[in-house]
Design a protein around this ligand. Structure first.
Ligand code: M6R
Length: 369
């Protein structure tokens, strides 16, 4: 039931501190400050040479975000591909590859077919799924469940952050097993992950600011999302969420790609959502904000360091809106910044009066091609 919420999506967005916490409990041991022994016993990442993540839609973006962390922290090469392409292109697989299907439902036709294909190639397979009795859960060699609970809204929210919670926990597992981090570093990463439900709760406090900002957004015909590093796939997820429920055309780009084409789209009618947490890439993203503003673009910047946002003058200054996000370690930024991204889409759709939980033409689970 929706309780006091207007839509299941709104309720599910607000459930994320608990759904992520539940997922972490299945992977992390808060007392030992390490990845749980049963998770470590189920896999040996030191024997794995490459990950092949396969998924569709939002699950694909969760996999794409995890890729950055698997490569950076665990030193493990990762390919991520949408299942509908992967399954039909005869990919060249190398021995020692672990194929990971990521899926809320565990029934998505393309992801399931891709998983079966990997199995047929003799690869070890794993499924990160929210429905623990699903076909993928049954057929994969390894089951890595997410604990989002039933997700009713067609637009995936809490399942997405539960996927991130599970995958980031597995990054720590892989880094430890591959000797990339010390015990003390493992404890630090575990602690950082366990802090994220509190920060997600804090991020929900951005709601009122976002309600105010989305009235204008709901009048737009096109919206651009920009991010760098793992905020790039989060920008893609933000654009997907907005498209799905508000029917506004939205595109996500790697911020560094702006000059290579998308900047031609910038005008005063096209809002640009910039996701810019305080990390090594902040200055670069901030300079993209200046480029957009200088061309009359209206920027909505989501950042935890509003003080570092470049000072703009004249009309550019007026068109810049900053949403203050909670401070967080870059390792969990994707989890924390998912919240404003979801709320932006949600409130824009509410302003437009669309059917948020059952958007036109979409099904919760795509079990046919
Ligand atoms: O059940 P799955 O996670 O496999 O579903 C994959 C996509 O169909 C799903 O994420 C879709 O993109 C959602 N509507 C996103 O909000």
């Amino acid at each position: 039931e929706k309780g006091s919420f207007r839509h299941f999506m709104e309720k599910e967005v607000h459930e994320q501190p608990e759904s992520c916490q539940r997922t972490f409990s299945a992977y992390l041991d808060p007392v030992a400050q390490s990845v749980r022994a049963d998770i470590k016993a189920g896999i040996d990442f030191s024997k794995i040479t490459r990950l092949q993540i396969i998924a569709c839609g939002t699950a694909y973006y969760a996999g794409s975000i995890a890729r950055y962390a698997f490569e950076k922290i665990a030193g493990l090469p990762v390919d991520v591909e949408v299942a509908s392409e992967f399954r039909y292109r005869t990919p060249a697989m190398t021995p020692g590859t672990l194929a990971i299907a990521v899926s809320q439902s565990g029934e998505t036709a393309d992801t399931l077919a891709a998983l079966r294909w990997c199995k047929d190639q003799g690869l070890m397979t794993a499924a990160v799924v929210n429905v623990h009795t699903s076909t993928m859960a049954r057929e994969a060699d390894l089951l890595w469940p997410t604990h989002a609970g039933p997700e009713i809204g067609v637009a995936s929210t809490k399942a997405f952050t539960a996927q991130l919670s599970a995958l980031l926990s597995l990054v720590v597992c892989a880094a430890a097993q591959r000797g990339r981090i010390t015990k003390a570093q493992e404890a630090h990463y575990v602690q950082t992950l366990l802090e994220s439900p509190g920060l997600i709760a804090e991020a929900l406090g951005m709601n009122a600011d976002i309600v105010r900002m989305t009235y204008e957004l709901s009048k737009a015909r096109d919206v651009i999302y920009l991010g760098r590093g793992d905020m790039y796939p989060l920008a893609l997820e933000g654009a997907l969420k907005l498209k799905e429920i508000s029917y506004i055309h939205a595109e996500g780009y790697a911020a560094g790609e702006l000059k290579h084409g998308p900047i031609a789209l910038i005008d005063e009618k096209t809002p640009v959502v910039v996701i810019a947490p305080d990390d090594d890439l902040f200055e670069k993203t901030a300079s993209n904000v200046q480029e957009v503003a200088a061309r009359g673009g209206r920027v909505i910047m989501i950042t935890n360091v509003p003080g570092k946002v470049p000072t703009l003058s004249g009309d550019a200054a007026k068109s810049l809106k900053v949403i203050k996000a909670p401070d967080c370690d870059p390792f969990i930024a994707a989890l924390v910044y998912s919240v404003p991204i979801q709320l932006l889409a949600y409130h824009t759709a509410v302003h437009k009066g669309t059917d948020v939980d059952q958007p036109r033409n979409l099904a919760k689970s795509v079990t046919v091609e």
